[in-house]
Write a protein of this length. Sequence first.
Length: 83
Amino acid sequence: MSANTIKKAESLAKNGVVRVEEDLYQVKSSSDTTKSYFVTSDTCECEGFKNFYKFHHGRGLKANCSHLEAVRIFEKMRKKSTA
Ligand SMILES: [Zn+2]
């Protein structure tokens, strides 16, 4: 994953992630703040995520995008703060 994606994910994790319920999050789009995506721990509904499987189909790779990564960072921070 590019450093740029990680940077985006970090800023989204701080102020663009809402936990809807167990394993369901709403993550703001970093390019269009009026948009948001529903994300679980391993799926996202954004174009980047869908395209990943189009381009890397069958290679055993797991798709990733800044929203998924944002949720991972968000969960890490949440667990730290409640521990
Ligand atoms: Zn995404």
